[in-house]
Write a protein that binds this ligand. Structure first.
Ligand SMILES: Cc1cc2nc3c(=O)[nH]c(=O)nc-3n(C[C@H](O)[C@H](O)[C@H](O)COP(=O)(O)O)c2cc1C
Length: 325
């Protein structure tokens, strides 16, 4: 399948694996790229730029296909060593960067000078337009359904994607709620040139996370996610569990007076315990409503091949059949 996104990143299929904290290691990124998509290493999961450089080098030993790095600009007081991470990206010969969180404008000249294509993740049309104006090469439009941070506008993809298509000139992928060939064809119909998946890639053989996490996603339905940290304007969609219920009870009790310190136990530093140790109630972890569409743990190649076969069948049979009628 050829779209502006496959052309931009030099990939076979218009499928991107979004950056995921403590999930997006070299093993997963390489598996996605080897299967013809764009795999992405999550920059900040590597505690230092040196460790990111080592993770990039490791990924190179696992694939000779293009892969990218996610750089998330966090709303924190003491910023990570972003110049160092950018240097690791450039020195590592990376040609695709997924930015997210704050405006990436400051870093674009250095990235573009080195021939890096930048796809910025946005949860609104206005932020997507801003990304276009500052010179991003593409956007990943993340609907309200998504796992992680859906922003504060709550616009689902059936509205957000065609709105983005009406306004944007640069190509974009649909992100949030994408799981299978139906998602891909729907995304293309709504104006996107591909799709970005997070939660679906967690439930794969190669995702280097504890099997408890994969089984929790398979067991979950579309009703099992919750939104937390809304009053802090840092909304996150997570899978419900004991820690999340405790967190929500605190949010209800404290209302607008809630501070980050009140919920530190449920949200800070919990990812290694969950993703590596499989301690499923250790805290709140990002998960999309798309869990309701995930029923198995295939290899990444099986998943991507299945998505592409299903997408082609829908286009050439189901949709073509309607057209003829
Ligand atoms: C466990 C998990 C961790 C994530 N961590 C990040 C992150 O560190 N940076 C980022 O830009 N997006 C992050 N995301 C968002 C994904 O890149 C992607 O945009 C999102 O999962 C898409 O929605 P979906 O889960 O419905 O496919 C995370 C998502 C999940 C599920």
């Amino acid at each position: 399948m050829k779209t502006r996104i496959t052309e931009l990143f030099g990939i076979q299929h218009p499928i991107i694996q979004g950056g995921m904290h403590y999930v997006g290691f070299a093993e997963l990124a390489a598996a996605v790229s080897n299967a013809g998509g764009l795999g992405i290493i999550t920059g900040l999961t590597q505690r230092t730029p040196e460790l990111l450089a080592a993770e990039i080098a490791k990924c190179r030993t696992l694939t000779d296909k293009p892969f990218g790095v996610n750089l998330t600009f966090l709303p924190v007081l003491t910023a990570p060593d972003y110049p160092g991470y950018i240097r690791a990206i450039l020195d590592g010969g990376i040609k695709a960067v997924e930015t997210a969180g704050n405006n990436p404008q400051k870093w674009l000249p250095a990235l573009h000078e080195a021939g890096v294509k930048v796809i910025h993740k946005c949860t609104s049309v206005r932020h997507s337009l801003k990304a276009q104006v500052i010179g991003c090469d593409a956007v990943s439009v993340d609907g309200f359904e998504c796992g992680g941070h859906p922003g504060e506008d709550d616009v689902p993809n059936f509205i957000l994607l065609p709105r983005a298509a009406d306004e944007l000139k640069i190509p974009f992928v649909a992100s949030g709620g994408m799981a299978d060939g139906r998602s891909l064809v729907a995304a293309l119909a709504l104006g996107a040139e591909g799709m970005n998946m997070g939660t679906r890639f967690m439930a794969t053989v190669e995702a280097p996370i504890h099997d408890n996490v994969k089984q929790a996603i398979v067991a979950a339905s579309e009703l099992d996610t919750r939104l937390v940290m809304r009053s802090l304007r840092n909304t996150e969609r997570v899978l419900n569990n004991g820690a999340v219920e405790r967190l929500l009870a605190k949010e209800k009790a404290l209302g607008a007076a809630l501070k980050f310190e009140d919920i530190i136990e449920e949200v800070a530093g919990v990812y290694p315990k969950i993703m590596k140790d499989g301690a499923m109630d250790a805290g709140a972890w990002s998960c999309g409503m798309v869990a309701g569409l995930i029923h198995d743990v295939p290899t990444v190649k099986e998943l991507i091949d299945r998505i592409m076969a299903e997408a082609h069948a829908i286009i050439s049979q189901r949709l073509a059949g309607f057209d003829a009628a």
